[in-house]
Design a protein around this ligand. Structure first.
Ligand code: ZN
Length: 113
């Protein structure tokens, strides 16, 4: 069995040959080697802060948890907002206004002021 570093060098050499032959772009050749390099070097690159190793694991974990919660809440909040607009006591004009992007609403407020 080949040493993982030797396998990486073989892979890099194969990609260099493809680049030389004009069958692969330099960007693609290099980008394809990065994950293999990270794997053999056992880098633990944080997908939140991008550092290796993570500069603040507890903070990044908190960020990941907050993002996960936000991803769950946003669709639910949007659904509740849309359901509220369908209520009988909401006029068509008000529903229309509520659905307009904020920039339009801000412009309307500025115009009114
Ligand atoms: Zn991090």
């Amino acid at each position: 069995m080949m040493h993982p570093w030797a396998v990486f060098l073989e892979r890099a050499d194969a990609r260099r040959c493809l680049v030389d032959a004009g069958e692969m772009g330099l960007d693609e050749a290099f980008a394809g080697l990065v994950p293999a390099f990270e794997a053999i070097m056992d880098y633990d690159i944080c997908n939140t802060c991008g550092a290796a190793p993570c500069v603040d694991p507890s903070f990044c974990e908190s960020c990941r948890r907050a993002d996960a919660v936000r991803k769950k809440i946003r669709p639910l909040a949007r659904l509740l907002f849309l359901r509220r607009l369908l209520a009988d006591d909401i006029s068509l004009e008000r529903a229309w206004r509520e659905l307009q992007p904020r920039a339009t609403a801000t412009a309307a407020v500025r115009e009114a002021a």
